[in-house]
Ligand binder design. Sequence first.
Ligand SMILES: [Zn+2]
Length: 287
Amino acid sequence: MEGTLKELGGGLYTYTRPLTGYGGSVNGSLLVLPGEALVVDTLCSPKDMDEFAALIGSRATTVVYTHADWDHCLGTGGLKPERVIAHELTAQRLTEEGQSTLDDLTLKNPELVSGASVVLPDTTFRDTFTIPLSGCLDGEPGEDGSLTAELIHMPGHTGDSCVCWIPKLGVLIAGDAVEDPFPSVTLATNIGLWADKLEELGKTVSLVIPGHGNVSGPQLIAENVRYLRGLMGAARRNTPHPWLTPDVSLETLDPGAAKRISRMSRSDQAFYKDVHEENVRRVLSVL
Ligand SMILES: [Zn+2]
């Protein structure tokens, strides 16, 4: 199914494609500058990058992966990037599991990953990485070196997750460290630090592009932080089989998030209810 290109202004775009059969949709981001382009997450197949490629033209392109999950990095073949940057654990995951995951997806859902290939990063980082950028389309001067994209390791959704923060624009391209309505937790040991880092960034963010869900203002960060801290609180009130008790239901733990998912399609509601239940189990098993 076709995706949707959205122009956010200042040379910034998102492309959103449905993840039919898996729940919701996924966002890729593009920043087009006079002499270069930055793409954050290449989604599921080269076709997902067609709209971005047309906007990029012959500009030198940097690709960033926010993490190694398949819905974020299989479309790189649709671009001709000068470099591909990711966390060192993303490189490791893609090296170890990338091809077998793609083979599996090709069997189950060939159309979704049609023409996809695993393109490994050529540049990796551990904690943070600064990408200098050359300027802004809307006339904002960037030549003083102040326009940069900062990659910040933020484990929690997965161990390799990072966010791409563009301070001069106030834009956070969050990968799955921020999701609308709430993130999926696979590395629960990091949940406290994850919430703290997000809260700190949230003080200066004006626009957040989550890996899944609508482009939002900083309130989405606040909502995600509240949800993560709600999970931590539930874990501390440890009772036997606590995931079976009503106090960890989404309605009790985070009524705002429960209300937001009640407005989603029936299949997305079911998807996020499962994500919440799994989050509760994972957080309770480690805290
Ligand atoms: Zn994802």
